[in-house]
Design a protein around this ligand. Sequence first.
Ligand code: PGA
Length: 242
Amino acid sequence: MIIGNWKMHKTAKETKLFLDQLLKKEHIDADKVYLAVPFTAIHAASGYKIHLGAQNVCFESDGPYTGEISAAMVKEAGASFTLVGHSERRRLFGEDDEVVRKKLLRAQAAGLRVVLCVGETLEERSAGKEEEVLHRQLTKALSGLEASVGASLAIAYEPVWAIGTGKVATPAQAAKAHLFCYQILEKIFPGQKIPILYGGSVKADNLGELLKAPHIKGALVGGASLDAASYAALVRIGQNVL
Ligand code: PGA
């Protein structure tokens, strides 16, 4: 799974241009394409048979939450998955572990696959606390879930210091964090093989090495997913290595 996270980029019209180029000129198979697009582009992209995702959903199912969008709404618009707990949501919009847990429950109740994002800041890493942070984020977000929901879950390990900075984690750093996440997931969902993706400054020149590391089963890509040729290159690398 090479998931593009477009953040606040691309209108519906730009989304269609991207997908026309990706599927027709770059000849990428729609089934290999996973994109988390802005809410307003979901419906426009829904005719392309790609795996379409939202980047966020509300922690409630409906009600007086001005400006919010529910999991059922994005599902109806054509999304099959959603990101939850991206570090930009945690940092800029004040989402804590409890809000992330509620969002995950709402998304799963609406039938969306969830990509739960976790990762430590530079400060936390410098203090040697990365495993403590990952443990807290994973166990809090996943507490109270039925074991069966593991089948519709993926995790993205995204060290915050690597997001949008050009400073990618080394394969060794990523492999260590992925092994740690894998061990926690094995305890919560024994034997379910929940995919763990790496995110943070992924580009065509570093993806291949990262995907060779144990327990790295894909990538969550921001900047390098915005151009169709660049995203196509990442999908091809994923197909070759995984
Ligand atoms: P980046 O973003 O690839 O631009 O670092 C990754 C993300 O935020 O998911």
